[in-house]
Design a protein around this ligand. Structure first.
Ligand code: HEC
Ligand code: HEC
Length: 279
């Protein structure tokens, strides 16, 4: 069996997200969303904070969003990062008691305002903007930086395990991943794509080159909207040439895909990389 190694390359890419599934909710409570109970808790939105699932299908550990956020076996967020003196409810979105040296800014300590508003607007939820309950202008005013530039204020503090907004790790119970069965993390920059599918922060991984008889099957993971081409070279610093044709994934989401390099295992050495562009 010949030795096979791999490298990967992610090219810079810009573009507009396409193919998103929009959840359109026409709610007008005529009320500002100061507290979770002012409307976020409606059944058609995020529901009871102690509920087991969310709109996008996230399944919470210990059966509750509340427990995912606060339980020591999970995100372990200090109560006072969300709660305010004078009773456990209401819970304010933008203010809380805080703890230690961490100033309490409620949910927005992790779900930062500009990204959260843009996320809702991108998803077709207009309640935050004029025309809906409308406190935040037109919905185009927010232009948060991409997720590997901003870090929410609570992230990485001693009072929560949440850290790394541009989370691409496929590991449970770290960074932004505590929900059951997925590694999506959050959409902190509001472009409508959770981390694993967010081309602006480049999650993209070569999984394995595995020999199959005389051939090598190259497997990698990619996200909707990207165009990938498998390339190979005979030395790691060599010239990589396309061995597969460019394949574009059109739907939103994350895909595992593969390419069979016929005769690849017969080569003295073979190095692979995946070229990824958007769109
Ligand atoms: C991530 C933010 C967050 C953290 C951290 C958090 N909570 Fe909550 N909590 C909420 C929200 C949101 C509600 C629901 C409020 C509503 O629906 O009005 C809530 C509701 C509650 C309630 C009232 C409902 C019930 O379950 O009886 C209690 C009591 C409570 N929390 C206690 C705690 C304690 C104790 C901690 C720390 C161990 C904690 N919370 C940590 C956000 C949080
Ligand atoms: C310490 C950081 C932190 C704070 C504070 C926080 N959250 Fe979260 N929240 C997260 C992270 C990280 C996730 C994603 C976890 C995952 O998917 O594994 C999340 C997930 C969620 C989700 C599920 C999103 C989805 O569709 O999957 C909702 C809803 C939510 N938070 C609401 C709130 C509310 C309301 C508050 C304030 C009461 C709050 N959060 C405070 C970090 C935080």
């Amino acid at each position: 069996m010949k030795q096979s190694k791999h490298t990967q390359r992610v090219q810079a890419f810009i573009g507009i997200a396409a193919g998103l599934t929009l959840a359109v909710i026409g709610i007008n409570t005529g009320q500002a969303y100061n507290a979770y109970s002012d409307g976020c808790n409606q059944a058609s939105c995020h529901g009871d904070f102690r509920g087991p699932t969310t709109r996008k299908g996230t399944v919470f550990p210990m059966g509750k969003n509340h427990e995912m956020h606060r339980d020591g076996a999970s995100m372990a967020t200090d109560c006072e990062l969300c709660h305010t003196t004078g009773g456990r409810t209401p819970v304010y979105i933008g203010s809380s008691d805080g703890v230690g040296t961490v100033t309490g800014v409620g949910c927005s300590g992790c779900h930062v305002g500009s990204g959260l508003r843009k996320h809702h607007a991108t998803r077709g939820v207009t309640a935050c903007y004029s025309g809906g309950a409308g406190c935040h202008g037109t919905g185009t005013a927010d232009n948060p930086p991409k997720e590997n530039v901003i870090s929410p204020p609570y992230y990485g503090t001693a009072y929560t395990l949440a850290e790394h907004p541009a989370n691409t790790a496929q590991v449970a119970n770290t960074n932004e991943n505590w929900s059951v069965g997925d590694f999506w993390g959050l959409d902190n920059d509001g472009n409508g794509l959770a981390d694993q599918a967010d081309y602006t922060i480049g999650p993209f991984s070569m999984l394995t080159p595995v020999p199959v008889g005389n051939d090598i099957r190259v497997t990698w993971q990619t996200a909707g909207g990207r165009t990938n081409t498998v390339q190979a070279a005979s030395i790691v610093t060599g010239t990589y040439t396309n061995i597969g044709s460019a394949v574009r994934r059109t739907n939103a989401g994350v895909f595992t895909t593969n390419y069979l390099d016929v005769g690849g295992a017969n080569k003295a050495a073979r190095f692979y990389r995946i070229k990824s562009t958007y769109p």
